[in-house]
Design a protein. Sequence first.
Length: 86
Amino acid sequence: DGWMRNLVGETVDAFAAAGCGLYNSAVMLLPLHTLPMRVAKQFNHSHKLGMSHQHVLVFYNGRQPDKEVPELSKKMSNAARPLEWR
């Protein structure tokens, strides 16, 4: 039918139903690669734009995220490294 779904909202609702709260979110920009070539045909057919990003949602299931999350991040060995595209 051509309508888009609210996948981010549905994901947040599903995690909330499982007892997890949305702790943080971000938009990750992706390299274009073949998007300009692919989107021309797609747009001519459906008039929809091509996406060059992803939504990153961070959920937490705990009682005191302000106290507990900083302790968890100290245990994550790769949290401080930048993302690398290969």
